[in-house]
Design a protein around this ligand. Structure first.
Ligand code: C5P
Length: 216
C-alpha cells in the first residue's frame, strides 16, 4: 500500500499560502486543511464563553474538542479571533492536541494539503513537498489592505502593518514550533511575484515529487 501524498505549506500571516493551498488541492484532487482555523476555533470558543486565553489546561480541553469537519471559516476569520489564536498557539498542550488531529487528517487518501506555520517542521516532517510561502511585511500589509477595501471596508494601512509585524514576532519567536522554513522547503517569495507565477512554481515542485513517487 502506498501512503497518501502530503503537501506542507507554511508561511507568515497574509503571505498568500492559503490561496496557494486551496488551488493546489483543487488541481490535484487532494483534501485541504487550513490549520490556522484549528487554533482559531480554540480561541473563539474561549472568547465566546468569556474564558481566559492563557489557562493551558482549559485551552487544551477546548483543543481536544475541536472537530475538523465543522470549522466555519467565516465565523473564525475575524481579526480579534486571529489575534487570540496566536496567543493560544504558544501553549504546548494546545499544540499537541491539535497536531494530533492535523496528522490524522494528513493521512487522507489520495493526498492532503495542509497549510500553517509548522507543517513542514513538526506536523508532517515527512511531507512529499514542502513549500514556504512568504513576502515582505509591507507587501503582505498592502495586500490585506487592498482586500478589505475591495470588499467595501475601511482599512487603516499603518495599523495593519503593525499588526502583521506583531503576529510575525509572536509566531517566529515562540519556544514551541516557531514559524520557520524546514531545511528542505522550497522558498517562494511572492513579494514581486503574482499569484499565477507563484502557483506555476509550486505546481512544478509538486509535479516533480509526484513523478518521483510514481517512478520509484
Ligand atoms: O493562519 P492564521 O492567521 O489563521 O493563524 C492564526 C494563528 O494560529 C497564527 O498567528 C499562529 O499563531 C497560529 N498557528 C500556528 N500553527 C499553525 C497555524 C496557525 O501556530 N500551523
Amino acid at each position: 500500500m502506498t501512503f497518501p501524498f502530503v503537501i506542507a505549506i507554511d508561511g507568515p500571516a497574509a503571505s498568500g499560502k492559503g490561496t496557494m493551498a486551496r488551488r493546489i488541492a483543487g488541481e490535484y484532487g487532494f483534501v485541504h486543511l487550513d490549520t490556522g482555523l484549528t487554533y482559531r476555533a480554540v480561541a473563539k470558543a474561549l472568547i465566546d464563553e468569556a474564558l481566559p486565553l492563557d489557562d493551558e489546561k482549559l485551552a487544551e480541553e477546548y483543543a481536544r474538542r475541536v472537530d475538523l469537519s465543522t470549522l466555519d471559516r467565516d465565523a473564525l476569520s475575524t481579526h480579534a479571533v486571529g489575534e487570540a489564536a496566536s496567543k493560544v498557539a504558544v501553549m504546548p498542550a494546545v499544540r499537541r492536541a491539535l497536531v494530533e488531529k492535523q496528522r490524522e487528517f494528513s493521512r487522507t487518501p489520495p493526498g492532503a494539503v495542509l497549510d500553517g506555520r509548522d507543517i513542514g517542521t513538526v506536523v508532517c516532517p515527512q511531507a512529499d513537498v514542502k513549500l514556504y510561502v512568504t513576502a515582505s511585511a509591507e507587501v503582505r500589509a498592502a495586500r490585506r489592505t487592498d482586500e478589505i477595501v475591495s470588499r467595501g471596508g475601511v482599512a487603516d494601512a499603518a495599523a495593519i502593518l503593525e499588526d502583521i509585524r506583531r503576529r510575525d514576532e509572536r509566531d517566529m519567536n515562540r519556544a514551541d514550533s516557531p514559524l520557520k522554513p524546514a531545511p528542505d522547503a522550497h522558498l517562494l517569495d511572492t513579494s514581486e511575484m503574482d499569484i499565477e507565477t507563484a502557483f506555476r512554481a509550486a505546481k512544478a515542485y509538486v509535479d516533480e515529487a509526484l513523478a518521483k513517487r510514481n517512478g520509484g
